[in-house]
Design a protein around this ligand. Structure first.
Ligand code: ADP
Length: 459
């Protein structure tokens, strides 16, 4: 098995007495491949906990396991929803000091109750929800239940005993345990948080450093949203491709921290708008288009449908590689969806009307993304309302070519916007066409302007 640089592996056995130049590790430790061609049968790797680098024997590691996308995976396995006090008492039987659960208060809607077993009795603490915060004693305040449970697992200031054992709701699996077993749980003490670099719909994104590696950290504070993002994270654990934003792991602390590789040049839409034609040449536009296409081809090979492909969800790395991100709507199956959330200007007609999502509906969105790329980040269907777009596209209207867009690239957009999904090309075909388009240009990529864009061949 050959692993590429950046791949995270689990040690199959220990190397407690490393020879000079070798890395010390124990069975189960997570190691990141740094370089592949240092010595035959060896990789240079970095230890995810100690941060040390050294050689490892290729036979001693296996690729880190993906987390199963499993709706029963829960960040709050101790949360039992709306059950009564007496029901909670039954659930906390047989008694055990520190055994606990959280339920929704029936008498005070919006509030919660923390139920703890101690000395053969069950104690019920009302958790008051006030000004977007939670409190039991009006002294300690928490943003969410996860935080609160974490705090009372270490302190027993206002409660009878520290929380030691969650009473799991039937049918749930602890996300923390699963993340830790599969090696995706990172250590908060190794993370240094930097400045805020973006605001998503559900959480802020920060620059950071995790054991010497530059990272981006999305922090999701709301319990329910964090739970929803867990599925996105599980999808990401399966994916390793140079054109998909790579997940490094998650941290469970004050909500959910999703740690990914840092994409220093931000999202593609902003990148193109803020630089424009004078800085970015058409060869670079093609490279972006091809990069996204390769990422999508890989996603297609994994039978995953993205559902929200758009320039705002493509990020640009330091070396100007475009990578697809935001797998929030990504689903293995293509049935259920939340209609209200669909990005109308990017969504294929059959997906909008009949909720038929497929790789071919991703291809439609890819066509819109191509339009965004070649118009340097303009809003698609300029000056048209969402209602107009929906009606007119259904009636056969298609966007015109962006200014100075190569005719062959516009033809590709039109193919992506075939009404009939079957008639749209797949991503492998689109990639071939884009490669031909690249080859037609000068054998050497056009020189970068003002040193903004790295020239040279794509790696
Ligand atoms: P949304 O919730 O709108 O889908 P995100 O929360 O994923 O958006 O990201 C919001 C913004 O934060 C992005 O548009 C981008 O500018 C920045 N961002 C997100 N992830 C990264 C990353 N890995 N590296 C650099 N910037 C990022």
């Amino acid at each position: 098995m050959n692993y590429a640089a950046g791949v995270q592996c689990v040690a199959k056995c220990s190397n407690k007495k490393p020879k000079p130049g070798e890395l010390a590790y124990r069975k189960g430790h997570i190691l990141t491949i740094v370089e592949t061609s240092v010595r035959k049968g060896y990789y240079k790797a970095r230890h995810n906990t100690t941060g040390e680098e050294g050689l490892i024997n290729a036979n001693n590691v296996r690729e880190r396991e993906a987390l199963r996308v499993d709706p029963s995976l829960s960040l709050m396995p101790w949360f039992h929803g709306k059950i009564s006090g007496p029901e909670a008492v039954i659930k906390l039987h047989p008694p055990e000091d520190g055994l606990f659960l959280v339920r929704e208060s029936i008498r005070h809607p919006g509030d919660y109750v923390l139920c703890v077993s101690f000395s053969g009795e069950v104690f019920h603490y009302r958790v008051i929800y006030q000004d977007n915060k939670l409190t039991i004693d009006y002294k300690q305040y928490f943003y969410n239940l996860i935080d609160m449970i974490e705090f009372y697992s270490k302190n027993n200031d206002s409660i009878v005993t520290t929380l030691t054992k969650p009473k799991k709701k039937q049918g749930t699996k602890s996300a923390e345990v699963e993340l830790s077993k599969t090696g995706w749980l990172l250590d908060i003490t190794k993370l240094t948080l930097g400045e805020n670099i973006g605001e998503g719909e559900f959480g802020a994104v920060y620059r950071g450093e995790y054991m010497g590696q530059k990272v981006a950290v999305k922090i999701i504070k709301c319990d329910v949203t964090a739970q929803a993002f867990l599925q996105e994270t599980a999808v990401m654990t399966k994916l390793q491709h140079k054109n998909l934003v790579r997940l490094l792991g998650v941290i469970l602390n004050k909500g959910l921290h999703i740690v990914t590789e840092l994409m220093n040049k931000g999202n593609l839409g902003n990148f193109l708008r803020t630089r424009g034609r004078s800085i970015i040449n058409s060869a670079q536009l093609l490279r972006f288009a091809l990069g996204v296409c390769e990422g999508m081809e890989y996603l297609e090979s994994k039978k995953l449908v993205h559902r929200d492909l758009a320039a705002r969800n493509v990020l640009v790395s330091d070396d100007s590689e475009a990578k697809v991100s935001d797998f929030g709507l990504t689903k293995v199956d293509s049935k259920e969806s939340d209609k209200a959330k669909l990005p109308i200007k990017w969504t294929a007609p059959e997906a909008l009307m009949k909720e038929k999502f497929s790789t071919k509906s991703d291809v439609w969105s890819y066509g819109v993304l191509l339009w965004e790329i070649f118009s340097y980040g303009r809003q698609p269907y300029p000056k048209m309302s969402l209602k107009e777009v929906k009606e007119q596209v259904e009636a056969g209207y298609r966007m015109e070519a962006p200014e100075d867009c190569p005719a062959d690239v516009y033809s590709l957009m039109r193919l992506c916007w075939e009404q009939e999904p079957r008639r749209r090309p797949g991503f492998p075909r689109l990639r071939e066409k884009l490669e031909q388009e690249m080859a037609k240009r000068s054998p050497r990529p056009e020189a970068a302007h003002r040193g903004e864009i790295t020239s040279g061949s794509r790696s």
